[in-house]
Each structure stands twice: as structure tokens, then as C-alpha cells.
Write a protein that binds this ligand. Sequence first.
Ligand code: NDP
Length: 289
Amino acid sequence: TSTAPVTLIGLGPMGQAMGRALLKAGHPLTVWNRTREKAAPLVEQGAVLADTPADAVAANELVLLSLTDYDVMYRLLGDLDAELRGRTLVNLSSDTPARARAGASWARERGAAYVTGGVMTPPPGIGDPSMSTFYSGDKEAFEAVRPVLETLTAADFRGTDPGLAQVYYQVVMNLFWTSMTSFVHSVALARAEGIAVGTIVPYLVESNDMADFYRGLGEEITAGEFPGELERLSMDAASADHVLHTARDAGVDDTLPAAVMSILQRGLDAGYHDRSFSILATLMDAGDR
Ligand code: NDP
């Protein structure tokens, strides 16, 4: 499979980067994209532009999808049947674990092997083996095409449940999006108080190395022990409340600090004043609200 031919459907920023990496590694490449002009740079480098999604699928046994979500996959491939038989579909589009599992059933019913992927880098990291992608689903099919997938990023196979790659991906993205949102909110708060973006950013970078916090929290949650020795929930809540009121006083949107405060308040309401922040992990069932 080291120079196996590949079909790639979807040439957004991610698909284009994947196409470049596959061509660079010597894979004959067939592509299809709704907006056909986006294929031009890849065609210039030797890719073949298929006329229809059906033609693209028919061209090669291995079919990679890089689409906005699963709805787009059904829109493009939903009417195909015979073309899908014997194919290996590797869907690198992100969506919910439930939709990934349904997609796997849909593919299996049509005789296609199915692997899901959650790509853990923006397009510039494609082709870089220090970047990684979560995969799950059909293990045999995955192992057969692993060398091709490893031209994109390192490949981290998490298990045979086709939803699993998206579970890992969405858990990491949950942390990512809250951090990103917190960043723009913090910058807005600084600006409202007259501090320039360029002045505050280095401080935010400096204070946001969370690795040791995550490890410590993880250990407490694993042990089920929330000792409250170095930090207590009553102090945490007072501190979060100061953040909330600082935002309100500055006239900055308070959605985010209010949400943080409401979760901490749940811990206080449960009587956990003297316990560590990590005990909030025990209050995360939807039913706790
Ligand atoms: P885009 O949404 O920009 O593009 C994906 C592709 O979907 C394009 O080829 C687009 O076609 C196609 N598409 C969207 N709607 C339709 C439709 N109705 N009919 C036909 N085709 C459609 O996504 P990216 O390329 O940025 O990303 C692809 C996947 O990778 C996504 O699932 C994303 O979550 C994931 N990902 C992206 C990262 C990033 O930084 N970009 C990082 C990690 C994962 P057209 O060109 O015609 O619009």
C-alpha cells in the first residue's frame, strides 16, 4: 500500500492539505469537490479530478472523506450503492460519536469497510508525523491502509467502536473551544480596562500552562479523593466570583464567568466548601443541574 492509489472527496483547507501530502508521498490521487476550482492546484501536481462523487468512489478502493460533517457525506454518497461495495471509507470529517456510529452502519450495509478519524491539527500540520489523528472502527481495514494514513499525521487507533475516534476528538475539542473562548473573553476584559492586546497576551500565554493542573486534577479524580489541602472550593468560588464582577463592572459580556460561577455554586450547594476543585467532576451528570 505504500504508493496505493487514493480517492479524496472534499477539498476544503483540510482536504487540500491532505491532497498535497498524498501526492508528495507518491500516491496516485483522484479528487472530487463541489467547488471544482479548488482542485486546480492538486490537478496541476498530478491529481485526477473526477466528474462526480460516484466516479471518484469508483476510481479507487481507498476513499478518504474530508467534509464539513456527516450530512455532506450522505448528500454526496447517499444514493450510491454498488460503487461502495468493497471500498474502504475513511471519514476524516468531524461530527458527533452517534453520527459516526450511524455512518459506519450505513457504510457496512453497502458492503464498505468504515474507519472514522478525528484530525488533531489544523491544515499546516498535515504531513507532519509529530501531529496525530484519532482513528476507530474496522481494525483490519485500518491496518491495511495505515501507511497511507500515516502520510497525513501519526495514526492513533483507539478501538473498534466507530464512534470512539469522535469521542476522543470531541472531548479534546471541548477543552479547546472553552479555552479559545476564554482567551477572547480575557482579551476583551483587558481592553475594556485600557490594556492593549499586545500587552496582555504574553501574560495570558504565561499563565495558561495547564499541564500540571490537569495532571493533579486527574490524579485526584482517579483516586476519588478531593482533600482541599492547597485550595478549597470556598476560595475557588470567591475567586471566580471576583472574575464575574470584574467583567460586569467593566461592561464586558459575562456569559462565560457566569457559567463558571454557576458550576462552582453547585459545589457549594452540595456542601463541598472544604474540598478541592476536582470534586466538581462528581457533579457533571446532566441530572445534577
Ligand atoms: P470545510 O467545511 O471548509 O470544507 C469541507 C468540504 O466540505 C469542502 O470540500 C466543501 O466543499 C464541502 N462541503 C460543505 N458543504 C457541502 C455541500 N452541501 N455539498 C457538497 N460539499 C460540501 O472544512 P475543512 O476543510 O476545514 O475541514 C474538513 C473537516 O476536517 C471538518 O470536519 C473539520 O471539522 C475537520 N477539521 C478541520 C480542521 C481545520 O483546522 N480546518 C482541524 C481539524 C479537523 P466546497 O469546497 O465546495 O465548499
